[in-house]
Design a protein around this ligand. Structure first.
Ligand code: CA
Length: 176
């Protein structure tokens, strides 16, 4: 689902996604999102930040309050991304305008692979043994410290996800 009020941009994204084998629908008004999601099967949302009716941040929060539906947020400003990360809205990825539609399609595929669990660290030769804190890649010991091990574990559990520093620190130290 593409939620974007710039009609040309939304249509361009839709064309690229359809060419890549996806079904893609467009919503232009933030107020229409909830009803649409309630009555349609959706695999992923591309969510513009500035929208009429309801902004992307609020929509993301609404979605996260009841589901793990993958969300990629789209913003017009690079420095907005820092602010959005700080708010920890739970989006799966962030894309800055102007973007290439090809890049968006690549990010969509990456987020979908992650969310359906087909993108496992082991597929990339990485093995993490949480009992011994031993990390190996293609059988070679990486000789990590405990903190390095935990950091790698958190990052590799959700490849491609962008973490804010505070979330990373929480995750590493909450495991002891
Ligand atoms: Ca907009």
């Amino acid at each position: 689902l593409i939620i974007e009020d710039e009609i040309k941009l939304a249509t361009l994204l839709q064309d690229y996604l359809v060419q890549s084998g996806f079904e893609a629908d467009i919503i232009h008004d933030g107020l229409d999102v909830e009803a649409w999601l309630a009555s349609n099967q959706t695999s992923l949302v591309l969510l513009d930040l500035m929208l009429p009716g309801k902004n992307g941040m609020d929509i993301c929060k609404d979605i996260r309050s009841h589901s793990q539906l993958p969300v990629i947020m789209i913003t017009a400003k690079v420095d907005e991304i820092d602010r959005l990360l700080g708010l920890e809205l739970g989006a799966d990825d962030y894309i800055c305008k102007p973007f290439s539609p090809r890049e968006v399609v690549a990010r969509v595929k990456a987020v979908l692979r992650r969310s359906d669990g087909t993108d496992k660290p082991a597929d990339r030769g990485l093995l993490l043994d949480s009992d011994t804190y031993k990390a190996t890649i293609h059988g070679n010991d990486l000789h990590l410290t405990a903190v390095e091990f935990q950091l790698l574990k958190v990052l590799s559990d959700q490849p491609g996800r962008i973490f804010s520093r505070s979330v990373l620190v929480d995750k590493i130290y909450s495991d002891g």
